[in-house]
Design a protein around this ligand. Structure first.
Ligand code: ATP
Ligand code: MG
Length: 422
């Protein structure tokens, strides 16, 4: 046993589990490209300030979840806890606005948050996110929500719900925050610890508290306090979603944890996941680019958690394709057979056949057992006898059936036999 253990809240991903990751990531790229999104890759480390300014001083992320450390020159760096602030920074720093507006970006990668590890909540986890910069048009919001719906359907998920809300512009929220504070004041001494803190720092978050649910359910609704601009935006969004035939619910309790949202906020909840059920969340953030030093640029985006999506796939018993099955295992014995096998492996791979050339000193029987464990579809067996007769033996690993094939016909025969497996 090694003395080294992975860090709490992180995981190793391998074996059959990888099939799920390919399934989700490839489908996501596919869908995102259908909507005109281009990938952006940003660094995993950024300056601490980007997040304390961008995500917001009073958010859970900045208050208690960030991995922040000093580098050797005493600079304060943070392992990114989310993707949006980084993409905004890159957009400003690289003057991407010059490429014309609007622009659509997506990213896939690990995020880091110091949270209490539990099911659906890790310290290193992966997000797929998308952002649209440079349009305040509610059709952009609708397109993102439609995309999420199409994506989850493309994964064959069915047991999920899309919830939308409007949290108004920052200005229109001031009135609502006052009303909310008044509503909560009599309950204050009995609220949970988080709510007591947020009462002063981030009053909106009280209405999505998972502990004081009852009090939250009777709280005044943000939708009764929207200004005309936000109202109109929300009405249009709903109209577009109807036209796109996206099923949704309106939920005035969705406020999102991040400071930078305005107008539209939305979440996708999976109904089999229990406590950590939100598989995607997003919204509009019309002030963030300017707040981080860029030109005034309205924007909207979402992020989804890959681990939770995979958990949802398992709950719904959705089978995913095995992506890395080996087509042909080459087993050989004897010096001449080895040299022939090496040549053959090169030919097979040139023909896009997934080939595993034996790399051990095991005997033929042992090699075939190995081929079995690797789940190879076919094996090629090459011994002295085969070399002498200029043939190879091809074995179907599923049925055990073996045939002798002329050396010069091997590629053709293999390609034909592989057809039977699709
Ligand atoms: P939660 O309310 O569950 O803490 P959040 O509001 O902090 O979520 P976001 O910052 O909006 O989440 O991140 C978007 C998505 O990323 C979430 O909906 C979830 O699927 C995923 N996610 C967030 N935090 C974690 C985590 N610690 N482990 C795994 N997935 C996570
Ligand atoms: Mg969180």
């Amino acid at each position: 046993m090694s003395n080294y253990k992975r860090i709490k809240g992180t995981k190793d991903i391998f074996g059959d589990e990888i099939n799920y990751w390919y399934y989700v990531e490839n489908s996501a790229k596919n869908t995102l490209e259908k909507y005109g999104f281009k990938e952006i890759r940003t660094p995993i480390i950024e300056s601490e300030e980007l997040f304390s300014r961008g995500v917001g001083q009073e958010t859970d992320i900045v208050q208690k979840e960030m991995y922040t450390f000093e580098d050797k020159k005493g600079r304060l760096l943070t392992l990114r806890p989310e993707g949006t602030a980084s993409v905004v920074r890159a957009y400003i720093e690289n003057s991407l606005i010059n490429l014309g507006s609007p622009q659509k970006f997506f990213y896939i990668g690990p995020m880091f948050r110091y949270e209490k590890p539990q099911s659906g909540r890790y310290r290193e986890f992966y997000q797929i996110g998308a952002e649209i910069f440079g349009t305040d048009y509610p059709l952009a919001d609708a397109e993102l929500i439609h995309l999420l719906h199409e994506f989850f359907r493309s994964l064959k998920l069915t047991n999920f719900k899309i919830k939308i809300n409007s949290i108004g512009t920052q200005k229109s929220r001031e009135k609502y925050k006052k009303v909310l504070k008044e509503y909560y004041t009599p309950f204050l001494p009995n609220l949970c610890e988080d709510c007591q803190r947020r009462y002063n720092t981030n009053i909106m978050r009280l209405i999505d508290c998972k502990i004081d649910k009852e009090i939250a359910s009777n709280a005044p609704s943000i939708l009764d306090y929207l200004d005309n601009e936000s109202k109109e935006h929300f009405e249009k969004l709903k109209k577009y979603l109807d036209i796109l035939e996206v099923p949704y619910e309106i939920d005035p309790k969705i406020v999102r944890g991040l400071d930078y949202y305005s107008k539209t906020a939305f979440e996708v909840e999976h109904l089999d996941l229990g406590e950590q059920a939100v598989i995607a969340g997003g919204g509009r953030y019309d002030d963030l680019v300017e707040q981080l030093g860029g030109p005034k640029t309205p924007a909207v985006g979402f992020a989804m958690g890959i681990e939770r999506i995979i958990e949802a796939l398992k709950k719904e018993h959705i089978e995913v394709k095995k992506v890395s099955q080996i087509d042909v295992y080459i087993a050989y014995q004897g010096e001449q057979a080895e040299l022939e096998s090496i040549k053959l492996s090169k030919e097979l791979r040139k023909n896009d056949i997934k080939t595993y050339l034996n790399l051990s000193k095991r005997n033929l029987g042992g090699q075939l057992k190995h081929a079995d464990r690797l789940n190879a579809k076919l094996s090629i067996i090459m011994g002295d006898e085969e070399v002498v007769n200029d043939v190879v033996t091809v074995r179907n690993m599923e049925t055990g059936e073996q045939t002798k094939v002329q050396r010069s016909w091997v590629i053709e025969v293999i390609l034909e036999k592989l057809q039977e497996f699709y």
